[in-house]
Design a protein around this ligand. Structure first.
Ligand code: ADP
Ligand code: ZN
Length: 210
């Protein structure tokens, strides 16, 4: 099963991707996490991406397409995968089609801008493994500490309010056209994003297993 998670930043894509990964036993490929990892490791790609990311802009298509292509060629992707945060532009979607990748579902998590802005302020992420949390909706067992790896939970620089507005703008102009793109291909599945993560998960599983 090959699935794409679509939706605005902060819609809950990452969280739902993790649930589906576990459910189907297939990996999540998160371009955001891969770029952050590259940045942490000080690679050339990471350094190139930093300025875009910090400003809430998209990293250039050719860079992201390159890392996804490489990642999808690895063995663990053979059984299927969840793409989280890719594609984010029409050229990226076209590149994925050109790779001959067969996608079954594109899950579009709908949520209003207002709720996104509220949510992002409470979002935290594990500094070590990238797992997402929320100080109200998705608390770790122990405050400030990752359930999985004991890493420290931090607020991402690009989750600060000004950057969130820039990212939303980018989402509407560059990424939202993908809704029509995949609707035309008959792959789009709309899910209403709920405040409760479990409710969103239930809605996602319902459409996939239907
Ligand atoms: P979110 O989905 O919450 O916006 P991500 O972790 O997916 O966060 O992405 C964070 C940042 O990483 C983006 O704002 C962008 O700069 C960069 N990025 C991630 N995926 C892509 C992509 N497919 N194309 C271009 N830039 C990307
Ligand atoms: Zn962790």
């Amino acid at each position: 099963m090959n699935i794409i998670m679509l939706g605005a930043p902060g819609a809950g894509k990452g969280t739902q991707a993790a649930v589906l990964s576990e459910h189907f036993g297939i990996p999540t490929i998160s371009t955001g996490n891969m770029i952050r990892e590259a940045l942490k490791n000080g690679t050339e790609m990471g350094l190139k991406a930093k300025s875009f990311m910090d400003e809430g802009k998209l990293v250039p298509d050719e860079v992201v397409i390159g890392i996804v292509k490489e990642r999808l060629s690895e063995d663990d992707c053979k059984k299927g995968f969840i793409l989280d945060g890719f594609p984010r532009t029409i050229p990226q979607a076209e590149a994925l089609d050109d790779m001959g990748v067969d996608i079954q579902y594109v899950i579009n998590i709908n949520i209003s801008d207002e709720r996104i802005i509220n949510r992002m302020s409470g979002r935290r992420v594990c500094e070590n493994c990238g797992r997402p949390y929320h100080i109200v909706n998705l608390k770790p067992k122990k405050e400030g500490v990752c359930d999985d790896c004991n890493g420290t939970l931090v607020q991402r620089k690009d989750d600060h309010p000004d950057t969130v507005l820039a990212r939303l703008k980018v989402y509407h102009t560059e990424t939202e056209p993908l809704v029509g793109y995949y609707k035309k291909q008959g792959k789009l599945v709309d899910v209403e994003g709920q405040d409760s993560v479990d409710d969103t998960t239930a809605a996602v599983l319902k459409v996939i297993e239907a």
